[in-house]
Ligand binder design. Structure first.
Ligand code: ARG
Length: 555
């Protein structure tokens, strides 16, 4: 509706840069605009005058969905919808279902999102969980607003860290068949311990990576074994998380694409020699390294090659990187270099924060980091306990129980992450993840399960919408539901899935209030209650779907 009001106002004011938004406070109507304030600056007259004039014009030809327009100091226009509008929206939700609030703001545009991107030969940790969960939500959000979206899992399968492992494998005389995820982890820790006392080991590691880059057949075989082991492990985690990512090229894929990018950079005169290495200098940042002194390539170079490849393959308008905030400088350098090469696109690094404990950092080194597997196992366990106690779960078979526990447990973990702004740190707290009366996935899923049970009790009755009239509390709910489209657009534009999560919580709270205050079944307002419940269910499940969370029928 925001778009429609905007288009409507543009008829009177032209394509000015004004705001059309949902006011925080209901006293300012259903939609509010600062159009008169913007026009008044341009035309050098009072905003109240401009607003008055616009109000008059609108009232002469008032659109059928509006009840009235009001002016508020210092020149805002506030629009009030009528009952017909809310009934139409209710009908739209019931007909369009999960297509409701899809929009065309992204039609014709392509977005590529780089997310999850764990590192081969390391465990999938809780840090990569953030990237995976937020990345998936952004992926779904952009799809919902009409973008063509490509998700790419930029696996860390290349670079000096493989040198460290290859060195260890060689030193210990290990073969591919001796390797396992645990073994790789062990080798990695051992190397870092030993290298603390012996800096020269890093030269060894670099020279082993060099061998890999030069295509040494034996070395490549060992590397491939490491990649395969890790990929199988990641697949296991993605299966539990219910994640599927369109592409997984990985850093090694860009081996063949790097020379061309390096050549471009050199030809354009952006490269300087420095102690044998090649560096790229920037105006207001430290330099980045294109090649190391031994000629080996870098993470920076691979990211430039990646952009080149992505432009060639999909020509995206927007690039999103969902990667931790410790890589902020890296991405600023990559984006700046891309612009220097004339690749003029929109580049966004989300830069998420960390999970921490109330009293300090989680650190693998200090051994107080939570293991992802532990989190997921425990979440599913806790979900089982909840479901076993719940009345609405009656009649679930053991197998259904397993699947519902997974939806609820994994949903709780994902949702807890997504209620936070991506950039902020998160204090890990089991109680908050599962608070049944608060802002948690189980609370929302449970609200839907309760609606399902209510609909079941009405023998799937399908009331006619023409025959109902809305009461005050139902208008409150409809006001919220009809904002879903705006919330989704806003969340996508601001890269903030938390806006969707917190909105859904508001919807569930308002609905549960309604449910407690109004007797639905057997009352005069039964038909209204049923239709409203169905609409709430559609919004909650479609919002949760966008957040990557399933809504079980029963729980
Ligand atoms: N594998 C990297 C890490 O875990 C993240 C990669 C992010 N994507 C990128 N295009 N650099 O630190």
């Amino acid at each position: 509706m925001l778009q429609e009001i905007r288009k409507y106002l543009e008829k009177y004011a032209g394509k000015e840069d004004f705001l059309v938004e949902y006011p925080k406070n209901n006293n300012y109507g259903d939609i509010s605009s600062n159009i008169a304030l913007v026009l008044s600056k341009k035309e050098a007259r009072s905003a109240m005058d401009c607003a008055g004039e616009l109000k008059e014009k609108i009232e002469k030809n008032i659109p059928e969905y509006l009840d009235k327009v009001e002016i508020a100091e210092p020149g805002f226009l506030n629009f009030y919808f009528n009952e017909k509008y809310y009934k139409d929206e209710l009908e739209k939700i019931l007909i369009q279902k999960d297509k409701y609030a899809t929009s065309d703001v992204g039609i014709g545009k392509t977005m590529i999102i780089d997310y999850s991107s764990p590192n081969i030969a390391k465990r999938f940790g809780i840090g990569h969980l953030r990237s995976t969960v937020i990345g998936q939500a952004l992926y779904n959000l952009y799809k919902h607003i009409g973008y063509k979206v490509i998700g790419d899992n930029h696996l860390g399968d290349w670079g000096t860290q493989f040198g460290t492992l290859l060195y260890q494998v060689n030193k210990k005389g290990l073969k591919e068949t001796d390797l396992s995820i645990e073994k790789l982890e062990e080798l990695y820790i051992e190397f870092n311990e030993e290298a603390k006392n012996d800096e020269k080991l890093w030269d060894e590691a670099r020279s082993w990576f060099k061998k890999l880059e030069e295509g040494d057949v034996e070395v490549k075989k060992i590397w491939k074994a490491m990649v395969d082991l890790s990929l199988a492990e990641f697949e296991r985690v993605y299966e539990i998380l219910g994640i599927h990512i369109d592409k997984a090229y990985g850093e090694s894929f860009y081996e063949d694409y790097m020379p061309q990018v390096m050549k471009l950079m050199r030809e354009k005169g952006f490269v300087k020699k420095s102690e044998g290495a090649e560096i790229v200098e920037f105006k207001d940042m430290p330099p980045a390294m294109l090649t190391k002194s031994d000629g080996a390539t870098t993470y920076f170079t691979r990211d430039l090659a990646t952009i080149h490849f992505r432009i060639g393959s999909w020509n995206p308008d927007l690039f999103i990187y969902e990667v931790g905030n410790e890589q902020t400088l890296h991405f600023r350098q990559v984006f700046e270099a891309a612009r220097m090469l004339g690749w003029d696109k929109e580049y966004i690094h989300i830069g998420h924060g960390l999970y921490r404990w109330e009293h300090g950092k989680m650190s693998t080194r200090e051994g107080n980091a939570i293991k992802l597997d532990e989190v997921l196992d425990k979440a599913i366990e806790k979900a089982k306990e909840i479901i076993e106690k719940s009345e609405t779960s009656r009649g679930l078979s053991d197998k259904e129980m397993e699947s519902v526990a997974k939806d609820v447990g994994i949903g709780a973990v994902k949702y807890f992450d997504l209620t936070h702004h991506p950039k902020s740190d998160i204090i890990f707290d089991w109680n908050k993840i599962f608070m049944l009366e608060g802002n948690s996935a189980p609370y929302l899923q449970y609200t839907v399960a309760r609606i399902n049970s209510l609909i079941g009790k009405t023998q799937e009755k399908e009331p006619e919408i023409e025959k109902i009239s809305l009461n005050k509390d139902s208008i409150e709910i409809m006001r919220l539901l009809s904002r879903f489209e705006g919330i989704v657009i806003n969340a996508a534009r601001n890269y903030s899935p938390n806006l969707v999560a917190n909105y859904l919580f508001e919807v569930a709270q308002k609905y549960n209030y309604y449910y407690n205050e109004h007797k639905i079944i057997g009352s005069e307002e039964e038909d209204l209650g049923i239709l409203l419940s169905k609409a709430v269910k559609i919004i909650l499940s479609s919002g949760l779907y966008i957040l990557g969370i399933n809504t079980p029928e029963k729980m």
